[in-house]
Design a protein around this ligand. Structure first.
Ligand code: UN1
Length: 480
C-alpha cells in the first residue's frame, strides 16, 4: 500500500485506488491511498504552517534541495521510466525521456532559486528609492494529469519550492505511481521542513475541491481538462487565490506545398500520434496545402499503417495503449462520429487485441475533413488525426487559427517568408517551424491562449510570475 505524505508522515487513506497497467490489465502496479477531505485539510494546514519556514530558507538551501531531487531522479531514470511506461502506457524510450526531463527540471530550478532577482528603479521624487522584490506566494496546490505523470508534477513542484513556497500535491488517479515515487524522493532527499511538501492522492471531487476552496491555499496550479480547470478557477477567483491553468488543445500543423514531404510526415506522426496522441500539445489537425495534399495523405497512410501498436515495455512498440477503457471508448466514439459526419478513414481506428489484454487502438487518419466537423473542434486525446485540405497558405492560416484553443501550432515549409508570417500570425502560445507541436524544452515558457491556458506561463524563468508575488517598497532615507 502506497501512502500519502502529510505533515512529514506517511499516512493511510480512507480508501484505496488500484493502479493498473493499460498494456496488460492483469498487471497491478499497486494499491494507492485515497485521502479523505479531512486528510486533505490536514495537508493544507501543514503546508500553510510550513510556508514561513519555506520562505525564510536561504536560496542556497532551496537550490541544494532541488539539486538533490534532480540528481536522484536522473540516477533512477531506467527504473522510473519503466514504472512510468508501465502505468501510463507510453513506450519505454518516451517514459525514460520524460523522467530525464523531470530530473532536468529540478536541476534547472535549483539554479533559478538563486536568481529570484529584483530591481531598483531610479527616483522620480527626489530622494525616494523604489525597490521591487519577489516573494513566495505561500502554500501552493498542485493538481496534475495522468499523461505526463512525472514531468508535469516536476515542472509545477520544482518552481513552487525553488521560489520558497510549500506544496500540496494531488496527482491523477490513473497514474499515481510516478507521483508517489517523486514524493518519496522529495521526502527522503530534500531535507525540507515537515509540511513543506505534502502528497495527497485522492479524487478531484474531494481533494481537488478542498485545494480550490481552502482559504489556506494561496495559489493553485492545474493541468487537465478545460471544463474542470475553469470550474476550479471560479472557486479560486471567488476567494482571491492565484490560479494557473493548462488545459486542452486542438493544435494545427500546416504542411505547405514546398515542405519536405518525408520530414512533414514524420513531424505529423510524431506530434500527432506519439504518446498515443495523449498530449495537450498533440497536433490533431493537419492542414495540408492542395499541391502536396494527395502525396501527403498517401505517404502518411503508409507510414502510420506500419506503426507497431503494443505493450509499452516491448522494445518494438511505437504506440502504446490508451490509458483506460474510458479513454479508449472516447477515442472510438470520436472515430465513429467522424465517419458519420463524412470524413474518410484512411487507416486504423480499430480496437486491437494483443497478447496481453490492454486498451489498444490502431492510429486513425481521416482525410476529407472540414473545420466544422466535431473531430476538428473537440480534443480527442487519442491517436486520431484529421487532415484538412487548404487552397493556399492564407486559408491554411485561417483554418489553423479557427479554434477556441491556442496552445501550440506548427508549420512545415521551406519558405522563410511563410515561416516568419506564421510566427507572427498564429494565435497559439507555442509555435513550431519544421518541428512537432508536442515535445517542448524545459527551460522555455509553456502555455497558450483561449481555452488552452489561463494565468501566467509555466516553466523556464517565466514560472516565477505565478510562484512569486511582487512587492514594491518605497523609502525616503532622509538626511544623514
Ligand atoms: C510536451 O508536449 O512536451 O498535458 C508537453 C500536456 C501538456 C504537456 C505537453 N501540458 O500534454
Amino acid at each position: 500500500m502506497y501512502r500519502n505524505y502529510i505533515a512529514g508522515e506517511w499516512v493511510e487513506g480512507e480508501a484505496t485506488n488500484r493502479n493498473i497497467n493499460p498494456s496488460d490489465t492483469r498487471d497491478i502496479i499497486g494499491e494507492y491511498a485515497l485521502a479523505s477531505a479531512t486528510q486533505a485539510d490536514a495537508a493544507i494546514r501543514a503546508a500553510a504552517d510550513a510556508a514561513p519556514a519555506c520562505a525564510t530558507a536561504t536560496a542556497e538551501q532551496r537550490s541544494d534541495a532541488l539539486d538533490r531531487i534532480g540528481t536522484t531522479i536522473l540516477s533512477r531514470q531506467q527504473e522510473l521510466g519503466e514504472l512510468l511506461s508501465r502505468e501510463e502506457g507510453k513506450p519505454l524510450a518516451e517514459g525514460i525521456g520524460e523522467v530525464v526531463r523531470a530530473g532536468r527540471v529540478f536541476k534547472y530550478f535549483a539554479g533559478e532559486s538563486l536568481r529570484m532577482g529584483g530591481e531598483r528603479l531610479p527616483p522620480v521624487r527626489p530622494g525616494v528609492e523604489v525597490d521591487v522584490t519577489r516573494h513566495p506566494v505561500g502554500a501552493v496546490g498542485v493538481i496534475t494529469p495522468w499523461n505526463f505523470p512525472i514531468a508535469i508534477p516536476a515542472w509545477k513542484i520544482a518552481p513552487a519550492l525553488a521560489y520558497g513556497n510549500s506544496v500540496v500535491f494531488k496527482p491523477a488517479g490513473l497514474a499515481p505511481g510516478c507521483a508517489w515515487a517523486l514524493a518519496e524522493i522529495i521526502a527522503e532527499t530534500a531535507g525540507l521542513p515537515a509540511g513543506a511538501f505534502n502528497l495527497v492522492m485522492g479524487s478531484g471531487s474531494v481533494v481537488g475541491d478542498r485545494l480550490a476552496r481552502s482559504p489556506q491555499i494561496d495559489a493553485l496550479t492545474f493541468t487537465g481538462s478545460t471544463a474542470v480547470g475553469r470550474g476550479l478557477a471560479v472557486l479560486c477567483a471567488e476567494r482571491g487565490a492565484k490560479v494557473q491553468l493548462e488545459m486542452g488543445g486542438k493544435n494545427p500543423l500546416i504542411v505547405l506545398d514546398d515542405a519536405d514531404l518525408e520530414q512533414a510526415v514524420q513531424i505529423a506522426v510524431n506530434g500527432g500520434l506519439y504518446s498515443t496522441g495523449q498530449r495537450c500539445t498533440a497536433s490533431s489537425r493537419i492542414i495540408v496545402e492542395a499541391g502536396i495534399h494527395d502525396r501527403f495523405v498517401t505517404r502518411i497512410r503508409d507510414v502510420v499503417s506500419q506503426l507497431r501498436v503494443g505493450h509499452a515495455l516491448e522494445a518494438s512498440t511505437d504506440i502504446g495503449p490508451a490509458i483506460s477503457e474510458e479513454q479508449l471508448n472516447q477515442d472510438l466514439h470520436y472515430i465513429h462520429q467522424a465517419r458519420d459526419e463524412g470524413a474518410k478513414l484512411e487507416c486504423g481506428g480499430e480496437a486491437l487485441r494483443r497478447e496481453t489484454p490492454g486498451y489498444y487502438l490502431s492510429p486513425a487518419i481521416f482525410s476529407e475533413t472540414t473545420s466544422d466537423m466535431t473531430l476538428n473542434r473537440e480534443e480527442v486525446f487519442g491517436p486520431v488525426l484529421g487532415i484538412i485540405r487548404a487552397n493556399d497558405y492564407d486559408q491554411a492560416l485561417e483554418f489553423a487559427n479557427g479554434t477556441e484553443y491556442g496552445l501550440s501550432s506548427g508549420i512545415c515549409t521551406r519558405s522563410l517568408a511563410h515561416a516568419a508570417d506564421f510566427r507572427r500570425r498564429s494565435k497559439a502560445g507555442m509555435i513550431m517551424v519544421n518541428l512537432p507541436t508536442a515535445g517542448v524544452d524545459y527551460h522555455a515558457p509553456f502555455g497558450g491562449t483561449g481555452a488552452s491556458s489561463y494565468g501566467p506561463r509555466e516553466q523556464g524563468a517565466h514560472a516565477r510570475q505565478f510562484f512569486t508575488t511582487t512587492r514594491t517598497s518605497y523609502m525616503a532615507p532622509g538626511d544623514v
